[in-house]
Each structure stands twice: as structure tokens, then as C-alpha cells.
Design a protein around this ligand. Sequence first.
Ligand SMILES: Cc1cc2nc3c(=O)[nH]c(=O)nc-3n(C[C@H](O)[C@H](O)[C@H](O)COP(=O)(O)O)c2cc1C
Length: 199
Amino acid sequence: MKKVLVLNSSLNGENGNSTKLTNTFVSQLTEKDQVTITQRDLSSNAIAHLTQTEMAAWMTDANERSDEQKALAAISDELIGELNDNDLIVIGMPMYNFGIPSTFKAWIDRIARAGITFKYTEQGAVGLVENKKVVVLAARGGVYQGSDIDTQTKYLKDVLGFVGMTDVDFIYAEGLAMPGAEQSLEAAQENIKKFVAAL
Ligand SMILES: Cc1cc2nc3c(=O)[nH]c(=O)nc-3n(C[C@H](O)[C@H](O)[C@H](O)COP(=O)(O)O)c2cc1C
């Protein structure tokens, strides 16, 4: 049975366009396959910014951690465990101020951990998160796909690839603050249906 992790980051909860896209994905997938779905809302259940104290907890041997350090290390351990436990990662990705939501960045800061999800060798960095398929469902007010301004897509490919997740597809709903927004959202939902049918 396929195990699916759905990560949402919209400030608008269930009304968010990116959430609507992940909901479409999940409803199509559950109609088609027997799957286990784990949902994590990084906006309503936000993770704090990474701090020096939390990083120090990672660096401390697990047997020597104080109670505070145990609690801090558990944040990243849980998120990495959840990631490793799933095969398909579905990311609802709003564009906020030309980038990813800061709440999603806080997730990245916890799952990118030296010696656990990547390591450095003489040949350079090697990602240790293997056998994942990732689908990014991107919602944007403007239209940027394929242009130099779309640094969000490049960043996500780079950072996910860095930890080993190199099989990453993108489906875009763009122009959602422009005339024709409804049609753009519907077109993206159709693309999701085709994508899921081909899985
Ligand atoms: C704080 C904020 C910043 C935004 N910045 C951008 C932006 O830089 N480029 C863009 O195309 N749209 C921008 N938008 C519009 C969102 O990308 C659009 O509303 C999209 O639907 C967001 O996803 P969501 O509905 O799932 O929250 C911004 C929206 C908000 C609330």
C-alpha cells in the first residue's frame, strides 16, 4: 500500500488554492488506489524558526542530551521519521513574496540534517532520503512558470535534491490574482487528475 504525506502551508487553510490542489490530489488518489494519507499543516501547526539551541541539541549525543535538548531534537526526528515513512510526498506550495512560505522553510530546516538526511563525501554532498516521489502543487497570484523570476521552483528542486529527493514533479495553478483565475485553478485540477491517473 502506498503511503502518502501531504504537506500544506497555506495561510488560508482549507480556502487556500494550494490546499484545494492537494485536496483534489488526495480525492483522486483515494478513488484510484488503496493509500494511507498523513496530513501535516505547516501553517496552522507551525514549527518555530530553527535556533542555535536546537542545532546544539542535534550535535549532542542522544544519550547525553538534557530534557530540553531531547524535546528540541524530537522536533526534527519526528519530521524526518514521517518523511522516511512515506513513499509519495505531496506538497501544497503557495508562492509568498516570490518564495516558499516561511513555515515550509522551517520544515526544510528540520529535515535537512547532516549525517541523517545528507552527508558530505570526497565527491561532495550525497542525499540519504531515498525512493521518494515528490509532487509540488504550486499556487501563484501571478504567472512565472519557466521564467527566471520563478526561483521558487529552482530552490525546491535544489533543496529536495540535496537530501536525495530527485524525482520531483510540479503542477502549477498560476494567475490566481488575475482575470481568469477560476479557469486556471480548474485547469490545474484537470492536470492533477491526469497526473494521478498516470501514477
Ligand atoms: C503574503 C502573500 C504574498 C504573496 N506573494 C506573491 C508573489 O510574490 N507572487 C505571486 O504570484 N503571488 C503572490 N501571492 C498570491 C498567492 O500566491 C496566491 O494567493 C496563492 O493562491 C497562494 O496560495 P494559497 O491560496 O494556498 O495561500 C501572495 C499572497 C500572499 C498572501
